[in-house]
Design a binder for this molecule. Sequence first.
Ligand SMILES: [Zn+2]
Ligand SMILES: [Zn+2]
Length: 243
Amino acid sequence: MKLTVVGHWGAYPGPGGASSGYLLEENNESLLLDCGSGVLAKLYEYTDISQLNNVVLSHYHSDHIADIGCLQYASKVQLSLGERIDPISIYGHTLSDFFNKLSYENASVGKPIQEGTSVSIGPITLHFKHTTHPAPALAMRIESENGSMGYTADTGWNDSLIDFFSGVDLLLCESSLYNKYKGRVEGHLTAGEAGLLAKEAGVGQLVLTHMPHFGDHNELKIEAGNVYSGKIELAESGKVWII
Ligand SMILES: [Zn+2]
Ligand SMILES: [Zn+2]
């Protein structure tokens, strides 16, 4: 799988950037994990939007879904221009009425996902697990025949994620907080906790994302590295990993 970071900011986009959005590609299949503010504009740099047929949403906070409405309009226009063949499939949980908005005219079709189930999109299979967050949210374990990755979505510390991510090649882990803010913000991980999750799950490498809008992000890397001895990198729009 080829993982491209589209947006790495938590809560809202930084200048010229985007909040959560990650493009996954394998063979001729592609899917977008989350579609936050600024993602659609950045996505042009990495793929042909008219060829994007699948979006998987972890949860319905604005920094993960803000551009869904515009993506649906894009699909509608592309279909009418003959630039697109199929509506976009948008996968999300059904624990909120927002699920009903994932289907829009002929442009997109909402498809339900839930903990304990899996979805296959071409050669890529996704499994889901609830996180610890103020709104229902699903972490994802994503596998193809070539490798595996985990995506925490948004979460506070959650023991069950250790087993869920056990042995993945790459863990894309939210790291919203510097260690000194531990316990101050509900439903998010400190960098040290991200490192602990990577260590306990025995992952191949750790990528920190969902960045705060203050401080020096290299501190996050240092704080995670005090716990996890594997390779640690910071997510940034345009960075690519082959898994
Ligand atoms: Zn978020
Ligand atoms: Zn959230």
